[in-house]
Design a protein around this ligand. Structure first.
Ligand code: PLP
Length: 372
């Protein structure tokens, strides 16, 4: 049991010696970035793990998302969810596109396909759904809508690395899927990200966009930025990937302990994986309904904090309530009442592979003591 503060997450790291061995060849080659040996090896390993033919690595997930929106040359409106991390909507807005918010489903917090169709008009070019907490969106319904209206689907799969439906990984749905390999994610490269997509055309574009639009020594084709992953990050990824299954198995034990302990309390809702899904146990969201439970989310947050346990109000506030978007047309959380309801009541509990089950029990005791 831990007597130091328990934070909401703790990054997975390989044994030190393993990482040192992985980076040793860099002292021979002096090749530190720009699609080097580790970069190529990680791309191949990830393509194999995810079951995809095409994948491009990036410096982080956010740049990966911006780059794919740009490389697809989208214009107009993009239907998305306000129940996500800032990155999702920021990427859309920063690329000059207009986000249109659909509400979420109350059971798994992903975008509600039934809300999407009525928001489509002649300016709509794409849908950017989010596999929130690793819960797969209703990918079939979304694809059906996209096909009928000729829209691109770009998944924010930042939470969904290691999630499979049958033998299909989360990378295989839609026109493209973005992953984040940030330190706090289930699989990390310290900072990093990737886009999975289909077709050689997008591959060339993405690889040029992330390197100033440079096509060859004498040709600069696009006004691209710099979003390349370096060799040290790629080496971290190669090591962490070897340990991923073990880390997920440990997370499963933690998640199941939380669910068993919390789901019987009245007014407390946990989120178990859907049938047919192999989950990654990325997050442990719990929703507290005050009238049944007898305490608010903020009461629980404060009680945990008083015991040096740091849960996170994730996602709160909703993106359509952010200060930076105040007064913008269409940014109004009263239009997405389910998302607002959940954002006001959700807390993600500490969740990481090495969290001791005794600590989970202690956390659950604190939570239960808040109820009536
Ligand atoms: C982490 C995250 C991102 C951004 O990824 P970075 O690698 O941190 O840039 C985007 N969307 C969601 C939902 C995320 O959780």
């Amino acid at each position: 049991m831990s007597d130091s503060p328990i934070l909401v997450t703790r990054s997975s790291m390989p044994p030190f010696e393993e990482y040192v061995k992985e980076i040793e060849p860099l002292w021979e080659s002096h090749w530190l970035t720009n699609m080097g040996e580790k970069h190529r090896a990680l791309e191949a390993a990830l393509e194999n793990y995810l079951g995809v033919d095409d994948l491009a690595l990036f410096v982080n997930g956010h740049q990966a998302l911006e780059c794919v929106l740009e490389a697809m040359q989208l214009k107009g409106k993009v239907i998305t969810t306000p129940y996500s991390f800032a990155s999702t909507t920021h990427a859309i807005v920063r690329k000059g596109l207009t986000p249109v918010f659909a509400d979420i489903k109350p059971d798994d917090y992903t975008i509600d396909p039934a809300q999407i169709e009525s928001l489509i008009d002649e300016d709509t070019c794409a849908i950017v759904p989010v596999h929130v907490y690793g819960n797969l969106c209703d990918v079939d319904a979304i694809q059906d809508i996209a096909d009928r209206h000729g829209l691109k689907v770009i998944y924010d799969a930042a939470h969904a690395f290691g999630v499979f439906r049958g033998d299909r990984s989360s990378a295989t749905f839609g026109d493209a899927a973005m992953f984040s390999f940030h330190a706090t994610k289930v699989f990390n490269t310290i900072e990093g990200g990737a886009v999975c997509f289909r077709g050689p055309e997008l591959k060339t574009k993405l690889n040029r966009w992330k390197n100033f639009g440079i096509a060859d020594e004498e040709t600069v084709e696009y006004v691209g930025g710099n979003a390349k992953m370096n060799e040290f990050a790629a080496a971290m990824g190669l090591c962490n990937l070897r340990h991923l299954d073990g880390e997920i198995a440990k997370r499963q034990k933690v998640a199941e302990r939380y669910w068993e302990r919390l789901e019987t309390a009245p007014g407390v809702k946990v989120c178990r994986p859907a049938a047919g899904i192999t989950p990654n146990y990325a997050y442990l969201p719990v929703v507290f309904e005050e009238d049944e439970f007898g305490a608010t989310r903020n009461d629980v947050f404060d009680a945990l904090k008083a015991h040096d346990v740091y849960a996170r109000k994730y996602f709160y506030p909703l993106i359509n309530d952010f200060d930076c978007y105040r007064g913008r047309e269409g940014f109004d959380s009263s239009r997405t009442p389910v998302a607002k309801h959940v954002a006001d009541r959700v807390l993600t509990m500490p969740m990481y592979a090495d969290l001791a089950l005794e600590d989970v029990d202690r956390i659950c005791d604190i939570v239960q003591a808040c109820g009536k």
